[in-house]
Each structure stands twice: as C-alpha cells, then as structure tokens.
Design a protein around this ligand. Sequence first.
Ligand code: NDP
Length: 400
Amino acid sequence: MSKVLIIGAGGVGAVVVHKCAALPQVFTEITLASRTVSKCDAIAAQLSRPIKTAQVDADDVNELIALIEQERPQLVVNVALPYQDLTIMDACLATGVNYLDTANYEPLDTAKFEYSWQWAYQERFQQAGLMALLGSGFDPGATNVFTAYLAKHYFDEIHELDIIDVNGGDHGYPFATNFNPEINIREVTAECRHFENGEFVTTPAMSTKASFTCPEEVGTYSIYRMYHEELESLVVNFPTLKRAQFWMSFGESYLKHLEVLGNVGMTRIDEVEFQGQKIVPIQFLKALLPDPSTLGPRTTGKTCIGCVVTGLKDGQQKTVYCYNIKDHQDCYQEVQSQAISYTTGVPAMIGAKLMLEGTWTGTGVFNIEQMDPDPFMHALNEYGLPWTIIELDQFDLSHS
Ligand code: NDP
C-alpha cells in the first residue's frame, strides 16, 4: 500500500499521473492537487482508474500541511513550479513525509539556479529521518543518472562532461515553449556558467554556439552553451570532473523572438506599473503564449538528450555517449503529452517508484546522482525512455 500525493497539474504533472496510474501495484492510491482543481479533474478524466483530486495553494505551508494530513501519503511528488519547492519541503517536514521534485528552488524575484536553499534542508531532513530526492526529471534527472552510470560502469575516473539537449520537435507556432514559459525564458536568458579547471566561468547568455549531429538520423542542430542546475551538483558529486558544460538546441525563430521580446522588455521578471496596476512582464507574456500542455497533438519530431563523458579506463582515455531519443507523437499517443513533458514525467514516476519500493533509501537531501544508477536505468528502458550507449572516436565541441 503506497499512496502518493502529486502537486502540480501542468504538462509534467499530467504525465506523472498517467505513468503512476499505470502501476497500481506500486501507486495504490493517487491524489493530484494543484492551484486550479479543474485541471486536476481534466487529467483524472483521461485515466482508466479513479484518482482523488484536490485544490491547494502550494505557496501556503499551512494549506499544504492540512492537505498532507488529510491524505496521509508516503511521498509528495512536487511538479508544481520551482517557486514552491521550499514550502512543499517545509510541509513534508512538518508532516513526516518524503519529498521528490524535478527542478531546483528559484526565488520569484531573481532567476537564480542554485541548490543552496534546498541543500540547507539537509540536517532537518536527516533529523526527521526523511528523504528528499532533488531533480528527478530528465535534465536534471536522467542526465545525472546517465553520468553516474557511465562513471560506475565505463570509467575509473571521469574528466569531461557535455550534456546535450536537442529538441528536434516542431509545434508549428512561430514562438512557444515546451514547458512553463516563465521558467523556460528565465532559464535561457540567464548568463551562461560552465565548469572549467575547478571553477564556474560566466559568459553572456547564448554566446557560445556549436553544431551537433544526433545519432539515429535525428538530424544536425545548432546548440548553445547555457547554465543548467545539474552542473552544480554533478561537479560536487564527481570531483574528478575538470570540465562540465550544458548545451541546448534552439531554432532561429525561437531565438529571434526571444531577442525581440528581451529588447522590448517583455522578459523582465521585475514589477512594472501599468495603468495603475503592477504587472510582471514575463508573467503577462506567459498568459499570451500557448499553454505547453496543449502542444501535444501538434508537435512532431524527436528529442535527443544525453551525456558525453570523457575519462580514463585502465589508463586509456575514452569518450562515451549515453542518450535517449523520444518521438513527440509516440508520447502523445501514449499519454496525450509532447515529449518534453513526457521525458520529465517518466523519470519523476521512476524516482517515486524506487523510493516507495525502498530501492532508493536514505535520510537527508539527495541529488539523484547520489543514488545507485542501475535500477533507474533499468526502469527507463521499461517505462518508455530506452537509452543507448556508444563509444565515440572523436568528440570536440569546445573549439566550435
Ligand atoms: P506548468 O506550468 O505546465 O504546470 C505547473 C503546474 O503547477 C500548474 O498546474 C500550476 O497551476 C501549478 N502551480 C503553480 N503554482 C502553484 C501553486 N502556488 N500552488 C499549486 N499549484 C501551483 O509547468 P510544467 O508542467 O511544464 O513544469 C512543472 C515543473 O517541472 C516545473 O518545476 C519545471 O521547472 C519542471 N521541469 C523539469 C524538467 C526536467 O527535465 N527536470 C523539464 C521540464 C520541466 P495552474 O494550472 O493553476 O497555473
């Protein structure tokens, strides 16, 4: 008997619920709660088994505590927004329930991507005998586990890591984001940081571009170096890393729109006065853009996300690439979502499953690469995100 409380009924939440509902022997009871309960009910109506739904404002710790006490889950899966991470962790501590999320905490007023706030909960989770698993999505999430798996099985020591996130999908809109637009735009307009020779180096957003040809004929894409939160924990947990970088593909149209929106101030995250009201431009922009959860039926093409690791094995240098390719329409046929929500929601379900079954245990706050990667890798193959590992003869993005 394991009951899970899932918070957040957006694109990712819908996939987590679909995948958990398909495993009744693990997730014997499911409650889906979010700010707008009608969105929970709409997801519940897509399922072939009943789940409970509830309304909650996850910015309010007391509301969360009341909901958790009423539902008594063994685990809370947080797929609301990064702004709610700390209130949900507080409520888990107050009620004695384990916690899992897919994105690190961000304060509303600064686009800062760092684990400091959540790592500060380490002692409190330890003292309470509870486990918090951070970053159980795809990136962060599967990419951290890919790195841990390669380090465990393919190398004696890893030195260089390039995480490459290609979305070769096309939704037909001139400009739309594949996950929450506010979070997505905050992330891609932030300064780039990569790890080089023992420290993080800052460069302007989108200032380093390379070309990457995906395997299995997914295509060749322009990728841009940017900061991504998993770099922070991976260089701590794999201290032999000398360089770690994150790359993401963007199309010309996306970048042009983003540049114009930035130039006219529409991506600002601070309040501005408008006709006697205070509005935050990026939140207004979000209201105008297509809802990512509606992109499923119109998105075609594939994602290709993976990690290229260089290091030493038996004194020899080698480079190994671990990746997953996922077709947007296959995801839509299975769970009525596009691949970005799917590739995030499936690892969230897998992390939850491993915690509930007692395969992954511990007390304290953990980044996902601290867990044994093997059962997670096995489950990716089983639940819709099969991966492939190939050795590369040549790989060098640094001189592009
Ligand atoms: P959406 O915007 O589609 O969904 C977010 C959901 O959270 C909405 O249902 C929203 O409610 C709800 N929510 C927001 N604020 C509150 C609140 N105060 N109380 C209760 N519910 C609230 O986002 P996504 O589904 O695209 O993303 C969900 C999470 O997944 C984000 O944290 C994102 O950063 C993360 N993510 C992680 C990835 C990874 O690979 N690790 C990749 C993609 C996303 P309402 O409907 O009322 O607005």
